[in-house]
Design a binder for this molecule. Structure first.
Ligand SMILES: [Zn+2]
Length: 158
């Protein structure tokens, strides 16, 4: 594993939208109830949000849901950097994760949504034929990797 920079000790940012967050927690709980199956085996109460990933100048990524902005954090730096990828700005996304007490939504899985279908996001170097975990240059040849969206099928392990 190679890092181009020093990994952040913790991904995320302070949220000042406590009131909005409380509303969104309620929404998230409703959404969580509507998701069935595998989620039941996880002790953490997971939720899913669908909205538009905003391109912000701020460091903190934000997803817009019904005209409300939800600040995001992520379970790892790779995902956090993916949420900040300008190529994904203003895209419809589905985010699965957990609402944190600081008002951010901690993303564990990211999908893009096109025509109601879900896509996984990955970064790929065609030259080296390898997949990278986050946006940036290929660890091997140092060329920019390509953002690819892989359709999620029903029998995909989720
Ligand atoms: Zn490469």
């Amino acid at each position: 594993m190679y890092f181009s920079g020093t990994p952040q000790h913790r991904t995320g940012c302070r949220a000042s939208l406590v009131g909005i967050a409380a509303t969104l927690v309620a929404c998230a709980v409703v959404l969580a109830i509507s998701t069935t199956g595998a989620a039941q085996s996880t002790p953490r109460h997971s939720a899913a949000l669908e909205g538009k990933l905003l391109s912000t100048s701020a460091e903190c990524p934000v997803v817009q849901i019904h005209d409300k902005d939800q600040p995001l954090s992520a379970v790892n730096t790779y995902l956090y950097h993916t949420l900040q990828d300008k190529r994904l700005a203003n895209r419809e996304v589905r985010l699965e994760g957990t609402m944190k007490t600081d008002g951010t939504f901690e993303v564990a899985r990211l999908f893009t949504v096109k025509d109601g279908k879900l896509f996984r996001v990955r970064y790929f170097c065609k030259t080296c034929n390898i997949v990278a975990l986050e946006p940036g240059n290929c660890v091997c040849c140092q060329q920019p990797t390509e953002l690819q969206e892989i359709p999620v099928t029903d029998d995909d392990p989720r």
